[in-house]
Write a protein that binds this ligand. Structure first.
Ligand SMILES: [Zn+2]
Length: 463
Protein backbone atom coordinates (compact mmCIF):
# COMPACT_ATOMS: atom_id res chain seq x y z
CA UNK A 1 0.00 0.00 0.00
CA UNK A 2 1.31 3.39 -0.90
CA UNK A 3 1.78 5.76 1.97
CA UNK A 4 -0.73 8.53 2.39
CA UNK A 5 -3.59 6.85 0.63
CA UNK A 6 -6.65 5.14 1.81
CA UNK A 7 -8.78 2.34 0.75
CA UNK A 8 -12.05 3.43 -0.67
CA UNK A 9 -14.88 1.72 1.19
CA UNK A 10 -16.01 -0.02 -1.96
CA UNK A 11 -12.54 -1.31 -2.71
CA UNK A 12 -11.70 -4.70 -1.30
CA UNK A 13 -8.04 -3.85 -0.98
CA UNK A 14 -5.47 -1.29 -2.03
CA UNK A 15 -5.63 2.32 -1.02
CA UNK A 16 -7.37 5.38 -2.27
CA UNK A 17 -8.40 8.85 -1.38
CA UNK A 18 -11.47 10.66 -2.58
CA UNK A 19 -11.32 14.11 -4.03
CA UNK A 20 -14.23 16.40 -3.73
CA UNK A 21 -15.44 17.78 -7.00
CA UNK A 22 -16.58 21.08 -5.53
CA UNK A 23 -14.68 23.34 -3.24
CA UNK A 24 -16.67 23.79 -0.10
CA UNK A 25 -16.70 23.78 3.70
CA UNK A 26 -17.64 25.35 7.10
CA UNK A 27 -16.30 25.15 10.64
CA UNK A 28 -16.99 26.28 14.15
CA UNK A 29 -16.68 29.86 13.06
CA UNK A 30 -18.43 28.93 9.84
CA UNK A 31 -16.98 31.53 7.62
CA UNK A 32 -18.16 31.36 4.06
CA UNK A 33 -15.60 32.30 1.49
CA UNK A 34 -15.99 32.91 -2.19
CA UNK A 35 -14.15 34.24 -5.15
CA UNK A 36 -17.41 34.81 -6.99
CA UNK A 37 -20.59 36.70 -6.05
CA UNK A 38 -18.73 39.98 -6.12
CA UNK A 39 -21.99 41.83 -6.70
CA UNK A 40 -23.96 40.28 -3.89
CA UNK A 41 -24.69 42.57 -0.98
CA UNK A 42 -23.40 39.99 1.48
CA UNK A 43 -20.10 39.74 -0.30
CA UNK A 44 -19.63 43.52 -0.42
CA UNK A 45 -19.99 43.50 3.35
CA UNK A 46 -17.57 40.61 3.78
CA UNK A 47 -15.10 40.79 6.60
CA UNK A 48 -11.60 39.41 6.35
CA UNK A 49 -10.95 36.13 8.13
CA UNK A 50 -7.48 34.64 7.73
CA UNK A 51 -6.87 37.20 4.98
CA UNK A 52 -9.82 35.93 2.92
CA UNK A 53 -13.06 37.81 2.31
CA UNK A 54 -15.58 35.82 4.31
CA UNK A 55 -19.15 35.95 5.51
CA UNK A 56 -20.23 34.30 8.71
CA UNK A 57 -23.09 31.88 8.29
CA UNK A 58 -26.35 32.48 10.08
CA UNK A 59 -27.30 30.88 13.33
CA UNK A 60 -30.40 30.79 15.44
CA UNK A 61 -34.00 30.35 14.36
CA UNK A 62 -34.43 31.49 10.77
CA UNK A 63 -37.78 32.63 9.48
CA UNK A 64 -39.41 30.60 6.70
CA UNK A 65 -38.56 33.15 4.03
CA UNK A 66 -34.90 32.38 4.40
CA UNK A 67 -35.34 28.64 3.92
CA UNK A 68 -34.55 27.04 0.62
CA UNK A 69 -37.53 26.62 -1.72
CA UNK A 70 -38.99 23.12 -1.31
CA UNK A 71 -38.29 22.20 -4.93
CA UNK A 72 -34.67 23.34 -4.86
CA UNK A 73 -32.38 20.48 -5.70
CA UNK A 74 -28.99 20.60 -4.00
CA UNK A 75 -27.79 18.05 -6.50
CA UNK A 76 -25.68 14.99 -6.08
CA UNK A 77 -22.38 15.32 -4.31
CA UNK A 78 -19.88 14.03 -6.82
CA UNK A 79 -16.50 12.72 -5.88
CA UNK A 80 -13.87 10.71 -7.55
CA UNK A 81 -11.96 7.76 -6.11
CA UNK A 82 -8.25 8.05 -6.71
CA UNK A 83 -6.17 4.97 -6.17
CA UNK A 84 -2.64 5.74 -5.22
CA UNK A 85 -2.46 9.30 -6.55
CA UNK A 86 -0.52 11.79 -4.48
CA UNK A 87 -0.35 14.74 -6.84
CA UNK A 88 -3.55 16.49 -5.78
CA UNK A 89 -3.60 20.14 -6.72
CA UNK A 90 -3.14 22.57 -3.83
CA UNK A 91 -6.78 23.64 -3.52
CA UNK A 92 -8.41 20.30 -4.33
CA UNK A 93 -10.35 18.90 -1.39
CA UNK A 94 -9.39 15.34 -0.53
CA UNK A 95 -11.10 12.88 1.79
CA UNK A 96 -8.38 10.83 3.34
CA UNK A 97 -7.44 8.97 6.51
CA UNK A 98 -4.43 10.42 8.30
CA UNK A 99 -2.21 8.72 9.39
CA UNK A 100 -2.58 6.38 6.46
CA UNK A 101 -4.88 3.58 7.62
CA UNK A 102 -6.54 0.69 5.86
CA UNK A 103 -10.32 0.95 5.56
CA UNK A 104 -10.43 -2.51 7.15
CA UNK A 105 -8.62 -1.34 10.29
CA UNK A 106 -10.36 -1.14 13.65
CA UNK A 107 -9.55 1.51 16.27
CA UNK A 108 -7.90 -1.22 18.35
CA UNK A 109 -5.42 -1.83 15.51
CA UNK A 110 -4.11 1.73 15.40
CA UNK A 111 -2.63 3.25 18.59
CA UNK A 112 -3.94 6.80 18.84
CA UNK A 113 -6.43 6.16 16.04
CA UNK A 114 -6.70 8.13 12.82
CA UNK A 115 -8.59 11.17 11.59
CA UNK A 116 -11.05 11.18 8.72
CA UNK A 117 -9.87 14.30 6.94
CA UNK A 118 -11.42 16.66 4.43
CA UNK A 119 -8.33 18.66 3.54
CA UNK A 120 -6.74 20.34 0.56
CA UNK A 121 -4.00 18.64 -1.41
CA UNK A 122 -1.49 21.09 0.05
CA UNK A 123 -2.63 20.48 3.64
CA UNK A 124 -2.34 16.73 3.16
CA UNK A 125 1.17 17.10 1.81
CA UNK A 126 2.03 19.49 4.61
CA UNK A 127 0.88 16.99 7.27
CA UNK A 128 2.65 14.02 5.71
CA UNK A 129 5.88 15.99 5.35
CA UNK A 130 5.95 17.12 8.98
CA UNK A 131 9.29 15.96 10.42
CA UNK A 132 8.70 12.89 12.57
CA UNK A 133 5.15 12.31 11.29
CA UNK A 134 3.31 10.21 12.38
CA UNK A 135 4.76 10.59 15.85
CA UNK A 136 3.11 8.74 18.75
CA UNK A 137 0.69 10.85 20.76
CA UNK A 138 2.12 12.34 23.98
CA UNK A 139 0.84 10.18 26.85
CA UNK A 140 -0.85 11.59 29.96
CA UNK A 141 0.35 10.16 33.27
CA UNK A 142 -1.71 7.28 34.64
CA UNK A 143 -4.19 6.77 36.16
CA UNK A 144 -6.51 8.55 33.74
CA UNK A 145 -7.39 11.87 35.34
CA UNK A 146 -10.84 12.56 33.90
CA UNK A 147 -14.29 11.18 33.24
CA UNK A 148 -17.17 12.39 31.08
CA UNK A 149 -20.30 12.94 33.17
CA UNK A 150 -23.47 15.06 33.23
CA UNK A 151 -23.27 18.64 34.49
CA UNK A 152 -26.18 20.36 36.29
CA UNK A 153 -26.93 22.74 33.39
CA UNK A 154 -24.52 22.25 30.47
CA UNK A 155 -25.21 18.72 29.25
CA UNK A 156 -22.17 16.49 29.53
CA UNK A 157 -18.84 17.76 30.79
CA UNK A 158 -15.42 16.48 31.81
CA UNK A 159 -14.46 16.10 35.47
CA UNK A 160 -11.23 15.38 37.33
CA UNK A 161 -11.16 11.87 38.83
CA UNK A 162 -8.13 12.78 40.97
CA UNK A 163 -6.10 15.84 41.89
CA UNK A 164 -4.35 17.25 38.82
CA UNK A 165 -1.27 19.43 39.11
CA UNK A 166 -0.45 22.62 37.19
CA UNK A 167 1.18 21.68 33.89
CA UNK A 168 -0.10 18.09 33.84
CA UNK A 169 -1.15 16.63 30.50
CA UNK A 170 -4.77 15.54 30.98
CA UNK A 171 -6.07 14.50 27.53
CA UNK A 172 -4.14 13.71 24.36
CA UNK A 173 -6.27 12.87 21.35
CA UNK A 174 -6.37 12.66 17.58
CA UNK A 175 -9.50 14.21 16.00
CA UNK A 176 -12.34 12.00 14.75
CA UNK A 177 -12.71 14.40 11.83
CA UNK A 178 -10.68 17.30 10.46
CA UNK A 179 -12.23 19.67 7.96
CA UNK A 180 -11.77 23.27 6.86
CA UNK A 181 -13.05 26.00 9.17
CA UNK A 182 -14.31 27.96 6.19
CA UNK A 183 -16.97 27.12 3.65
CA UNK A 184 -17.36 28.08 0.04
CA UNK A 185 -20.53 29.82 -1.05
CA UNK A 186 -22.68 27.65 -3.29
CA UNK A 187 -22.10 28.95 -6.79
CA UNK A 188 -24.92 27.25 -8.67
CA UNK A 189 -27.89 28.91 -7.01
CA UNK A 190 -30.72 30.51 -9.03
CA UNK A 191 -30.30 34.27 -9.53
CA UNK A 192 -33.38 35.05 -7.46
CA UNK A 193 -32.00 33.40 -4.33
CA UNK A 194 -31.64 35.78 -1.44
CA UNK A 195 -28.26 36.05 0.27
CA UNK A 196 -29.65 34.01 3.14
CA UNK A 197 -30.76 31.26 0.76
CA UNK A 198 -27.29 31.15 -0.78
CA UNK A 199 -25.92 30.59 2.71
CA UNK A 200 -28.47 27.83 3.30
CA UNK A 201 -27.61 26.15 -0.01
CA UNK A 202 -23.91 26.30 0.94
CA UNK A 203 -24.63 24.56 4.24
CA UNK A 204 -26.72 21.93 2.47
CA UNK A 205 -23.93 21.18 0.01
CA UNK A 206 -21.44 20.74 2.81
CA UNK A 207 -23.82 18.38 4.57
CA UNK A 208 -23.70 16.13 1.50
CA UNK A 209 -19.91 15.94 1.81
CA UNK A 210 -20.18 15.18 5.51
CA UNK A 211 -22.58 12.31 4.72
CA UNK A 212 -19.86 10.64 2.68
CA UNK A 213 -17.21 11.33 5.30
CA UNK A 214 -19.29 10.14 8.25
CA UNK A 215 -21.64 7.49 6.87
CA UNK A 216 -19.47 5.94 4.17
CA UNK A 217 -15.91 6.31 5.40
CA UNK A 218 -15.90 6.44 9.20
CA UNK A 219 -15.39 3.28 11.24
CA UNK A 220 -18.69 2.42 13.03
CA UNK A 221 -17.13 2.92 16.48
CA UNK A 222 -15.79 6.36 15.56
CA UNK A 223 -19.03 7.27 13.77
CA UNK A 224 -20.98 6.37 16.91
CA UNK A 225 -18.70 8.65 18.95
CA UNK A 226 -19.19 11.47 16.44
CA UNK A 227 -22.97 11.12 16.31
CA UNK A 228 -23.19 11.09 20.11
CA UNK A 229 -21.81 14.64 20.31
CA UNK A 230 -24.03 17.62 20.94
CA UNK A 231 -25.55 19.72 18.13
CA UNK A 232 -26.38 23.33 18.95
CA UNK A 233 -27.14 24.25 15.34
CA UNK A 234 -30.66 22.88 15.11
CA UNK A 235 -32.38 25.95 13.69
CA UNK A 236 -29.90 27.68 11.43
CA UNK A 237 -29.99 25.49 8.35
CA UNK A 238 -27.15 23.14 9.34
CA UNK A 239 -27.78 19.51 8.63
CA UNK A 240 -27.19 17.16 11.59
CA UNK A 241 -23.61 16.25 10.63
CA UNK A 242 -22.57 19.84 9.96
CA UNK A 243 -24.34 20.89 13.15
CA UNK A 244 -22.17 18.52 15.20
CA UNK A 245 -19.03 19.75 13.40
CA UNK A 246 -19.92 23.41 13.98
CA UNK A 247 -20.78 22.80 17.63
CA UNK A 248 -17.78 20.69 18.61
CA UNK A 249 -14.90 21.77 16.39
CA UNK A 250 -11.72 23.17 17.87
CA UNK A 251 -9.30 25.04 15.62
CA UNK A 252 -6.39 22.85 14.54
CA UNK A 253 -3.50 24.81 13.22
CA UNK A 254 -2.16 22.75 10.34
CA UNK A 255 1.13 24.32 9.40
CA UNK A 256 1.54 25.84 5.94
CA UNK A 257 -2.07 25.61 4.89
CA UNK A 258 -3.74 28.97 5.31
CA UNK A 259 -5.02 29.13 1.75
CA UNK A 260 -8.52 29.62 0.42
CA UNK A 261 -10.03 27.45 3.17
CA UNK A 262 -8.37 29.25 6.01
CA UNK A 263 -7.64 27.15 9.06
CA UNK A 264 -9.02 23.73 9.97
CA UNK A 265 -11.33 22.45 12.61
CA UNK A 266 -11.15 19.12 14.46
CA UNK A 267 -13.89 17.26 16.32
CA UNK A 268 -12.78 14.98 19.16
CA UNK A 269 -14.38 12.13 21.06
CA UNK A 270 -13.33 13.36 24.52
CA UNK A 271 -11.82 16.83 24.07
CA UNK A 272 -14.99 18.11 22.42
CA UNK A 273 -16.81 17.28 25.68
CA UNK A 274 -14.78 19.85 27.62
CA UNK A 275 -17.06 22.79 28.40
CA UNK A 276 -16.23 26.48 28.18
CA UNK A 277 -15.29 28.67 31.11
CA UNK A 278 -14.21 32.32 31.12
CA UNK A 279 -11.79 31.27 33.89
CA UNK A 280 -10.69 27.90 32.48
CA UNK A 281 -8.30 25.55 34.23
CA UNK A 282 -6.68 24.15 31.07
CA UNK A 283 -5.12 25.14 27.79
CA UNK A 284 -5.17 23.29 24.45
CA UNK A 285 -2.24 22.82 22.12
CA UNK A 286 -2.00 21.24 18.68
CA UNK A 287 0.90 19.13 17.44
CA UNK A 288 1.33 18.53 13.73
CA UNK A 289 3.84 15.70 14.15
CA UNK A 290 1.29 13.49 15.90
CA UNK A 291 -1.82 15.14 14.37
CA UNK A 292 -3.21 15.49 17.86
CA UNK A 293 -4.44 17.94 20.46
CA UNK A 294 -3.37 18.08 24.09
CA UNK A 295 -5.09 19.53 27.12
CA UNK A 296 -2.85 20.77 29.94
CA UNK A 297 -3.79 22.02 33.42
CA UNK A 298 -3.03 25.73 33.86
CA UNK A 299 -3.50 25.53 37.62
CA UNK A 300 -4.00 22.79 40.18
CA UNK A 301 -7.38 21.07 39.72
CA UNK A 302 -9.14 19.33 42.61
CA UNK A 303 -10.71 15.88 42.38
CA UNK A 304 -14.28 16.13 40.99
CA UNK A 305 -13.75 19.71 39.78
CA UNK A 306 -15.03 20.31 36.23
CA UNK A 307 -12.26 20.57 33.63
CA UNK A 308 -12.87 23.55 31.35
CA UNK A 309 -11.24 25.36 28.46
CA UNK A 310 -11.86 28.53 26.49
CA UNK A 311 -14.05 28.81 23.38
CA UNK A 312 -13.42 32.53 22.90
CA UNK A 313 -10.92 35.30 23.59
CA UNK A 314 -10.93 35.53 27.38
CA UNK A 315 -9.50 39.05 27.45
CA UNK A 316 -12.48 40.47 25.54
CA UNK A 317 -15.34 42.06 27.55
CA UNK A 318 -18.22 39.82 28.74
CA UNK A 319 -20.62 41.16 26.08
CA UNK A 320 -18.20 40.27 23.26
CA UNK A 321 -17.58 36.81 24.76
CA UNK A 322 -21.31 36.12 24.97
CA UNK A 323 -21.71 36.91 21.26
CA UNK A 324 -19.00 34.42 20.30
CA UNK A 325 -20.42 31.76 22.62
CA UNK A 326 -24.05 32.10 21.45
CA UNK A 327 -23.70 29.80 18.39
CA UNK A 328 -22.43 27.06 20.70
CA UNK A 329 -25.61 27.43 22.81
CA UNK A 330 -23.39 28.55 25.66
CA UNK A 331 -24.89 31.13 27.97
CA UNK A 332 -22.03 31.56 30.37
CA UNK A 333 -23.09 32.26 33.94
CA UNK A 334 -19.64 32.53 35.47
CA UNK A 335 -19.00 35.43 37.86
CA UNK A 336 -17.05 37.31 35.18
CA UNK A 337 -20.11 37.17 32.89
CA UNK A 338 -22.71 37.84 35.59
CA UNK A 339 -20.84 40.78 37.13
CA UNK A 340 -18.88 42.20 34.21
CA UNK A 341 -18.29 45.62 35.77
CA UNK A 342 -15.18 44.75 37.76
CA UNK A 343 -14.12 41.79 35.64
CA UNK A 344 -14.16 43.66 32.31
CA UNK A 345 -11.91 46.37 33.76
CA UNK A 346 -9.47 43.81 35.15
CA UNK A 347 -9.37 41.87 31.87
CA UNK A 348 -8.77 45.06 29.89
CA UNK A 349 -5.90 45.96 32.20
CA UNK A 350 -4.38 42.49 31.70
CA UNK A 351 -4.86 42.76 27.93
CA UNK A 352 -3.25 46.21 27.77
CA UNK A 353 -0.39 45.30 30.11
CA UNK A 354 3.03 45.54 28.50
CA UNK A 355 5.54 43.46 30.46
CA UNK A 356 8.97 45.10 30.70
CA UNK A 357 11.41 44.05 27.99
CA UNK A 358 14.48 42.19 29.21
CA UNK A 359 16.52 45.13 27.91
CA UNK A 360 14.91 47.29 30.63
CA UNK A 361 16.26 45.08 33.43
CA UNK A 362 19.88 46.27 33.40
CA UNK A 363 19.17 50.06 33.24
CA UNK A 364 16.79 49.67 36.22
CA UNK A 365 19.27 47.51 38.12
CA UNK A 366 21.96 50.20 37.82
CA UNK A 367 19.79 53.23 38.50
CA UNK A 368 19.67 54.02 42.25
CA UNK A 369 17.04 56.71 41.65
CA UNK A 370 14.50 54.01 40.77
CA UNK A 371 12.85 51.97 43.55
CA UNK A 372 13.70 48.28 43.99
CA UNK A 373 10.19 47.28 42.91
CA UNK A 374 10.12 49.63 39.91
CA UNK A 375 9.62 46.83 37.36
CA UNK A 376 8.28 44.24 39.77
CA UNK A 377 5.34 46.23 41.11
CA UNK A 378 3.35 46.38 37.83
CA UNK A 379 4.24 42.73 37.14
CA UNK A 380 2.93 41.66 40.54
CA UNK A 381 -0.24 43.66 40.00
CA UNK A 382 -0.82 41.93 36.66
CA UNK A 383 -0.13 38.53 38.27
CA UNK A 384 -2.71 39.29 40.98
CA UNK A 385 -5.31 40.35 38.38
CA UNK A 386 -4.68 37.11 36.48
CA UNK A 387 -5.20 35.12 39.68
CA UNK A 388 -8.39 37.02 40.57
CA UNK A 389 -9.83 36.43 37.10
CA UNK A 390 -8.66 32.81 36.88
CA UNK A 391 -6.83 33.61 33.65
CA UNK A 392 -3.77 31.43 34.05
CA UNK A 393 -4.59 30.07 30.57
CA UNK A 394 -4.19 33.56 29.10
CA UNK A 395 -0.86 33.85 30.94
CA UNK A 396 0.35 31.04 28.70
CA UNK A 397 -0.67 32.64 25.43
CA UNK A 398 -1.20 36.35 25.79
CA UNK A 399 0.70 37.83 28.71
CA UNK A 400 4.26 36.79 29.38
CA UNK A 401 4.99 38.01 32.86
CA UNK A 402 6.79 35.06 34.45
CA UNK A 403 10.21 35.48 32.82
CA UNK A 404 10.50 39.24 33.51
CA UNK A 405 9.41 38.54 37.11
CA UNK A 406 12.10 35.88 37.42
CA UNK A 407 14.72 38.32 36.11
CA UNK A 408 13.63 40.96 38.64
CA UNK A 409 14.11 38.47 41.50
CA UNK A 410 17.50 37.48 40.06
CA UNK A 411 18.63 41.12 40.02
CA UNK A 412 17.28 41.55 43.55
CA UNK A 413 19.10 38.36 44.62
CA UNK A 414 15.88 36.92 46.09
CA UNK A 415 16.69 33.22 45.87
CA UNK A 416 13.46 31.84 47.35
CA UNK A 417 11.19 33.85 45.04
CA UNK A 418 13.42 33.22 41.99
CA UNK A 419 13.36 29.47 42.70
CA UNK A 420 9.56 29.45 43.04
CA UNK A 421 9.21 31.41 39.79
CA UNK A 422 11.48 29.08 37.87
CA UNK A 423 9.54 26.06 39.11
CA UNK A 424 6.32 27.74 38.01
CA UNK A 425 7.79 28.57 34.59
CA UNK A 426 8.82 24.94 34.17
CA UNK A 427 5.42 23.61 35.21
CA UNK A 428 3.66 26.20 33.10
CA UNK A 429 5.70 25.39 30.04
CA UNK A 430 3.64 22.93 28.06
CA UNK A 431 6.18 22.54 25.27
CA UNK A 432 8.26 19.82 26.89
CA UNK A 433 11.41 20.65 24.93
CA UNK A 434 11.61 24.20 26.31
CA UNK A 435 11.76 23.17 29.95
CA UNK A 436 14.77 24.75 31.63
CA UNK A 437 17.32 22.20 32.82
CA UNK A 438 19.98 22.91 35.44
CA UNK A 439 22.74 23.21 32.84
CA UNK A 440 20.72 25.67 30.75
CA UNK A 441 22.14 29.24 30.77
CA UNK A 442 18.70 30.51 31.85
CA UNK A 443 18.48 28.07 34.78
CA UNK A 444 18.58 29.56 38.26
CA UNK A 445 21.83 27.72 38.91
CA UNK A 446 23.44 29.43 35.91
CA UNK A 447 21.81 32.79 36.62
CA UNK A 448 23.24 32.75 40.16
CA UNK A 449 26.74 32.57 38.69
CA UNK A 450 25.98 35.29 36.12
CA UNK A 451 26.56 39.08 36.30
CA UNK A 452 22.89 39.92 37.00
CA UNK A 453 22.65 37.94 40.24
CA UNK A 454 21.97 40.33 43.15
CA UNK A 455 23.23 43.21 41.00
CA UNK A 456 20.86 45.59 42.72
CA UNK A 457 22.24 44.67 46.16
CA UNK A 458 25.82 45.18 44.94
CA UNK A 459 24.87 48.49 43.36
CA UNK A 460 23.36 49.69 46.67
CA UNK A 461 26.42 48.47 48.62
CA UNK A 462 28.74 50.51 46.42
CA UNK A 463 26.93 53.74 47.12
ZN1 LIG B 1 -18.28 33.53 31.50
Amino acid sequence: MKRGFLQHPQASNGSSSSTVSKKATYGPHTALVSESYANREMFKKAEMIDNQPAIRSSYGVLDNASRLPKDHDIGEFKYEVLNGATDHSDNMLVMTRIPNTSMNATPADVPGGWSECLVTGSAKRSILRTPGFPHALPSPALPVAYRVAPTPNKGLGVFATRAIRLGELIVSERPLIISPAGMDLATDCPDDFTDEQVKQASLAQREKMMEVLVHTRMHPERREAYLALCNSHLHDGSGPLMGIMRTNGFGVDIEADKGIWGTYSGVFDHLSRVNHSCSPNTIRTWRDESLSMQLFATRDIAKDEEITCEYCDLLEPASARQKVLAPYDVVCTCNACRFPGVSDLRRKEIKDFKPPALSEIFPWAMNPALPDDHLLKPLLRCAELIRQEGLEAAEQKDVSILLPMLMCYVVLGDEAKAKALQEKINLNDISENRKVKDDDPTSLKALKKGPLWALRKRMHARR
